[in-house]
Design a protein around this ligand. Structure first.
Ligand code: ADP
Ligand code: MG
Length: 731
């Protein structure tokens, strides 16, 4: 009998909410307590050091070793006062999550054997050489020169977790190539700053800096820890590889924004408290569509910092969930048949003078700038739609996209009625029929008349992967377990490259005598026409859209390993190199890593699935089948042959059905293992990943079909794995 499952269910049903200690003071009083932010810096750094550091943070100037020494001294003093005894460079290798290697502050005062003191120099702050040979590099770092080093990123403040001072850093190879997600992101943010400033100057010469903002919305599932521990597939792959749908799941739509279960509410409360201490401005926590699915989102902030904060929140959530006897699932699709989890990336640009570049303005000039940035974004997304898709694609996310709950694996842009009308008006004006900037103000449908409220607030299209939502774009295709960096790097890069091209075009036209305003309209008109195929206002879930998108020439590839090719296309390499974000070698290396990761994920899932079938499903199904057979046999002994046959007709049919499913599983698992063996013989990582996609992964659902059928047939008492109805409903 299945004792582990029943024990787990019993344990889960008896749980009471974990008491959370409230700090008893307003969040504003402890907000950022664990962060070496500007307020702390001003206490621990001299005025002179502080101003040099702020210059580096705000304008990207380089800090010399002398300044680093001063900062290190101040930072250490603060950290030690806060109880820290260790420090670590906190970085983002090309795996999921972050990496850290903790070192103690202690050092001998005067050489080995003597007394120790806490020491932390500028050198240790600025740069370290972690033994990096076990992080993926895609071949950039050969093992014989395994060196990679981490270098301090002053634009993201240091923070303290438990007893450790964490210093956000980039991670690069000895020869200078990026080995992480942060390096290219910082370069892309720099590129969009420069490119957007140049365009803004056409309208407002006083603009000196453009910030990229990110507001992420993190979705996640919670399952009870005991139930999780009884599901080897959840433990090893973070998703259920089998499990029949619960009779009730999300069809009543009673979970979304519903009242939050008490156990979960205390968990959320603690997340909020903790996040505030790290200066993370969490704003909303609520239920999501699927049972046991929830969301947390902060107030948006500068992109680099927002990415770091998202990673920190993800790791805090794992830790705190554990304390509340939950297991946090960030996987994009932990359960079949209910919605998966995404991470909407709300993205916008804003000048140092306070103009939101995606916010329709109050003056005609602001509106023309708004339309300019919007149309350039549109055409950038159009030209690079395959790359943007590659930036969010992974083995996990592939389960979610296009599953009638999330945008399809096709990138399109939703603008809404009002913006569409403005673009139509510009497009349909002829070359001679000039629209003046003043006219933009007067356009009845135009942006100028709805400046105070968010445009299209009611006109949201949830099926669009990239939607304009009034003052920002929402990139919704990003997966819940992903680091936001690749998506933000790709998006900021393509728009930066596009703005550079736009500026060149305007310069060319004005040099040949056109007025600036006229040159802008002329160029925008062409862009609007050219980028038309990327605009889609309809239902992104529909099959018609898939067909139409293909006809429009939008990338419709669905194979994860093949989608990654977009990173190394001539167009992408040229774009990334032209703005200095990633070079060809780095792009190829990154794809190597992605293919290897894909292969490993599918390989692990395949193994776990095979093991579960052999060790759990088939033995249990056989045991139940034996029981039925035994019954049938005894019937024949007790009753006469004819009567027994009549009475046990259904049992006999059931025995046959079980036999069919068992043999279906046996056969398919065997075939899957053979497919894996032949894929493993391939040496090229791209080919291997494709073989895993085309020949191995295809068995998963076929095997699952039989298992899920058996789950409905077999005696509930015998079934060893917690069922969906148990996993998905927290009381
Ligand atoms: P939803 O899209 O679910 O309605 P919200 O309206 O609460 O959610 O916003 C979601 C996220 O968008 C939040 O993180 C919020 O801070 C962020 N956001 C709002 N305005 C901007 C902006 N101008 N730029 C970037 N992010 C923004
Ligand atoms: Mg949203």
């Amino acid at each position: 009998m299945s004792t582990l499952r029943f024990k787990a269910v019993e344990e889960a049903s008896k749980r009471v909410p974990v008491e959370v200690m409230s700090p008893g003071i307003l969040p504003s009083e402890y907000f950022g307590k664990y962060v070496f932010n500007r307020a702390q810096m001003s206490k621990y750094l001299s005025k002179e050091t502080m101003s040099i550091v702020l210059e580096a943070i705000d304008n990207g100037t380089t800090l010399n070793r002398g300044i680093a020494d001063h900062v290190a001294a101040g930072m250490k003093m603060w950290a030690v006062e806060m109880g820290a005894t260790h420090y670590t460079h906190w970085f983002q290798p090309l795996t999921e999550g972050t990496a850290e290697k903790h070192d103690s502050f202690i050092d001998y005062v005067d050489g080995p054997g003597g007394n120790v003191i806490e020491r932390f120099s500028g050198k240790l702050l600025a740069q370290q050489e972690p033994d990096a040979s076990s992080f993926p590099s895609g071949g950039i770092r050969n093992t014989f020169e395994a060196r990679g080093y981490t270098a301090w990123d002053p634009s993201s403040p240091a923070f303290i977790i438990d007893d450790t001072l964490c210093i956000p850093t980039v991670f690069i190879s000895y020869t200078g190539e990026a080995l992480d997600y942060k390096t290219p992101l910082l370069k892309a943010l720099n590129a969009i700053d420069k490119a957007a400033v140049d365009v803004c100057k056409l309208f407002y010469p006083e603009v000196k800096k453009v910030f990229s903002y990110l507001g992420w919305e993190q979705e996640y599932f919670l399952v009870d820890k005991a139930l999780y521990l009884a599901r080897p597939d959840l433990i090893l792959t973070e998703r259920t590889l089998m499990g029949h749908e619960s009779a009730k799941n999300q069809q009543l739509e009673d979970h979304y924004f519903g009242s939050i279960p008490a156990r979960v509410a205390t968990f959320m409360q603690e997340i909020e408290h903790e996040a505030y201490k790290f200066g993370i401005p969490l704003k909303t926590c609520h239920n999501e569509v699927a049972p046991n699915q929830f969301e947390v989102a902060p107030i948006f902030g500068e992109t680099n910092l927002a990415v770091d904060q998202n990673l920190l929140v993800m790791s805090l959530m794992h830790k705190i969930a554990n304390k509340h006897n939950f297991k946090l699932l960030l996987h994009e699709k932990p359960f079949a048949g209910v919605n998966g989890s995404g991470k909407h990336n709300n993205w916008s640009l804003c000048t140092d003078t306070g103009i939101g570049l995606f916010t329709p303005g109050k003056s005609p000039n602001e509106n023309l700038l708004f339309v300019t940035i919007l149309v350039n974004t549109l055409i950038a997304v159009y030209k690079h739609n395959a790359l943007l898709k590659a930036s969010i694609m992974s083995a996990n996310n592939a389960h979610r996209l296009g599953a009638n709950e999330a945008p399809p694996a096709i990138i399109s842009v939703f603008l809404g009625k009002q913006i569409t009308a403005v673009l139509d008006k510009i497009e349909n004006s002829s070359d001679d029929d000039e629209i003046s900037v003043d006219e933009l103000q007067l356009m009845k449908l135009g942006v100028a008349h709805i400046p105070e409220v968010l445009i299209d607030n009611t006109d949201r299209n949830r099926t669009s992967p990239f939607a304009f939502t009034g003052n920002r774009f929402e990139f919704r295709a990003v997966g819940s377990s992903a680091n936001c960096s690749p998506a933000m790097t790709a998006l900021n890069s393509v728009v930066a490259a596009q703005l550079i091209e736009f500026k060149k075009e305007i310069d060319k036209k004005t040099e040949s005598g056109m007025k600036t305003e006229e040159a802008i309209y002329d160029t925008l008109r062409h862009y609007i026409k050219e980028s038309k195929p990327i605009r889609f206002e309809g239902n992104g879930y529909s099959d018609e859209w898939k067909k139409e998108a293909a006809e429009r020439g939008i990338d419709c590839e669905t194979s994860v390993p093949v989608i990654q090719d977009a990173y190394t296309s001539e167009q992408s390499v040229e774009m990334f190199e032209s703005i200095g974000v990633l070079n060809e070698k780095e792009l190829h290396a990154r794809n190597e890593v992605k293919w290897e990761t894909y292969t490993k994920k599918i390989q692990i899932e395949g193994r776990v699935l095979g093991d579960l079938c052999m060790n759990h499903i088939i033995p249990v199904a056989t045991e139940y089948q034996t029981m039925l057979l035994d019954n049938l046999y005894k019937m024949k002994v007790v009753f006469d042959e004819e009567k027994a046959a009549k009475m046990s007709k259904e049992d006999a049919a059931l025995i046959e059905e079980i036999a069919e499913h068992i043999s279906g599983i046996n056969r398919k698992v065997y075939e899957m293992v053979e497919a894996r063996k032949s894929a493993n013989r391939l040496t090229d990582s791209r080919e291997k990943a494709i073989a895993y996609h085309d020949n191995v992964e295809v068995y998963f659902n076929k095997i699952r079909y039989h298992v899920d059928k058996l789950e409905l047939i077999v005696d509930n008492r015998m079934w060893t794995l917690p069922k969906y109805r148990e996993l998905l409903f927290i009381s």
